[in-house]
Design a protein around this ligand. Structure first.
Ligand SMILES: [Zn+2]
Length: 267
């Protein structure tokens, strides 16, 4: 049963921040791993996240709990783009708002996958938790099934190894696992998280399909973000299937800003 939490996170932060220094920090966040907020998209997305309505919605839809996101993961600094919680929220914002007509209810599955990938992820993922994960943590892991506690855990490589678009794709990937679809093959080029074939529609296919829609039709973003999504999709296409896939995404995604600067400088 999915718990429902209605805490106002910003309010909690304001009430409690005076004594936040007294709380410990998880070992994997001391120091915070290296990252680049400009190239990874956090400078673009983080300012959009930080309002109470967004935070309450994400908190409720993915059943976040304070005990899974304190100790430096961001519960007490929810607008800090260097912290895991804000970096996760940015990817949820992308999932929800990259369509020209975002859904206004979690039960709306009309339109294409770009439009309902957020609702699919919210429906299938029981709860999103942050963890350190030991010396070689994965990106993310999902546990599901009868007689077990269902959860999806996110680890430091998710928060700091990838940009906002790739994080969104990973959430879709984990949602497919939470929907009861494990990986069904071993021995693909990347040696882990292998699916047998594209047409099985398992986690890698869903992840790539989301990136594909985002690159093709995504709004409220930049071509730099789309290039990240396209590269991630093509990497998984090349390495994540035991029966190799023959196609790749090949969208032309110029950086118009630099094109303009270069043109002006040439005059
Ligand atoms: Zn997987």
């Amino acid at each position: 049963m999915k718990k429902r939490c209605t805490i106002g996170l910003l309010s909690a932060m304001i009430l409690l921040c005076g004594s936040s220094a007294a709380w410990g920090q998880a070992s994997c966040l001391s120091p915070i791993p290296a990252h680049n907020n400009a190239s990874e998209g956090d400078d673009l997305y983080s300012p959009r996240v930080c309002n109470q309505a967004n935070i309450d919605k994400f908190w409720r839809d993915f059943d976040f709990d304070r005990g899974d996101w304190d100790e430096g993961f961001g519960y007490y600094s929810v607008c800090d783009r260097n912290r895991p919680l804000n970096r996760t929220f940015s990817s949820l914002w992308l999932l929800l708002n990259s369509t020209p007509s975002p859904t206004t209810s979690t039960g709306d599955f009309s339109g294409n996958f770009l439009r309902w990938a957020y609702n699919y992820s919210a429906r299938e993922i029981d709860e999103l938790d942050a963890r350190c994960g030991g010396s070689e943590p994965p990106l993310a892991r999902t546990q599901w099934g009868f007689f077990v506690n269902d959860w999806t855990r996110l680890y430091p490589p998710f928060f700091y190894g990838y940009g906002v678009p790739e994080r969104a794709g990973t959430i879709v990937h984990e949602a497919r696992h939470a929907d009861g679809k494990d990986h069904n093959c071993s021995g693909c080029p990347r040696d882990a998280s292998c699916d047998r074939r594209w047409g099985d529609n398992r986690a890698n296919t869903y992840q790539i399909l989301y990136h594909w829609w985002f690159v093709d039709s995504g709004v409220n973003t930049t071509n730099a973000m789309k290039r990240r999504a396209q590269n991630r999709a093509n990497n998984i296409l090349a390495t994540g299937f035991c029966e190799s896939t023959s196609f790749r995404l090949n969208y032309y995604l110029p950086d118009f800003y630099f094109t303009r600067v270069f043109s002006a400088a040439s005059l």
